[in-house]
Design a protein around this ligand. Sequence first.
Ligand SMILES: Cc1ncc(COP(=O)(O)O)c(C=O)c1O
Length: 382
Amino acid sequence: MTATAKPARKPARPYFSSGPCAKPPGWFPAKLSTESLGRSHRAKLGKARLQYCIDLMRDVFQLPETHRIGIVPGSDTGAFEMAMWTMLGARRVTTLAWESFGEGWVTDAVKQLKLDPTVIRADYGELPDLAQVDWSNDVLFTWNGTTSGVRVPDGEWIAADRQGLSFADATSAVFAYDIPWDKVDVATFSWQKVLGGEGAHGVLILGPRAVERLESYTPAWPLPKVFRLTKAGKLVEGVFKGETINTPSMLAVEDAIWALEWAQGLGGLQALKARSDANAEALDRIVKERDWLGHLAADPATRSKTSVCLTVEGADADFVKRLSALLEAEGAAYDIAGYRDAPPGLRIWCGATVDTADIEALGPWLDWAWATVKAEAQAATA
Ligand SMILES: Cc1ncc(COP(=O)(O)O)c(C=O)c1O
């Protein structure tokens, strides 16, 4: 085989985007229930489907009864902003940032809410020193940094006797890791990541201390209707029973239900985690076998098992663009260029909806694309 011979076998499902992510294996639009479509979401049926979706989420990620789950507008961003705007300002704030999304929450805390937070940062590929966190503050962090592939190792660093609240943007983490819910006061995510659902709604998870904050504190700033979670100082419980604040996409809800039933059928959280772990291990083997590929996240203990970010020897942004375009044109891999703000490299989703055989089949295609783009670059400068 010459260095640029095309591999014989392509990944059967070349979907490696880090959001929206691959649909679950076996997914097909005609498999979705459609009875709730074209009906009021406040009719008995619509409310029952929304409640069923909430019940499935609780079951699949084994959420204790202490925590509420609500379906809210605006995807993960909507859910996280809702939490920030309704609960912050009561005490000092610490924000942790080691990649683009965490940095986005810092920007909003500083520029929009004018909170003057303590900011603890690290560069792409690294995790900040979590021991620096003062838990008398409210603390904002991203459980899995989707754009650098660095995650928190676990919840050990979150103080059990914290005075502040912990706010976890967990969108590329839920369904892939064990989340110690007693350490999490607020968590948010959206369905299009590990579940392979549709982008539309956010999911807001509130622990008892977050509810206490909502019922005892009124922020100084005005709150738009889509952020309002309390009425006359009491939590609007309906939001956590399928009575959404405004109109949801029932198609997206039905799609999430299908994905959750798939997850439940596999065996729930443990099975989803096992699939994600197997994918990350298969990709790690590919990396280890090639001296021109590396992990952006150096420490395996805090390396993502979902959004795995890779360095490519000698590659600048243009090289990565060509390599990913070549693989896309071949139908061998879609959407594997790293995030625009991250150092040039690749990002390969290893969440549960991806099949390990497809990750394995990707290795030879990466070789082919890397050799092809390198040869083109050399020819251009010769
Ligand atoms: C960690 C993190 N936070 C927030 C977002 C934004 O999510 P959404 O598009 O669901 O609002 C993403 C999207 O990739 C993400 O990875």
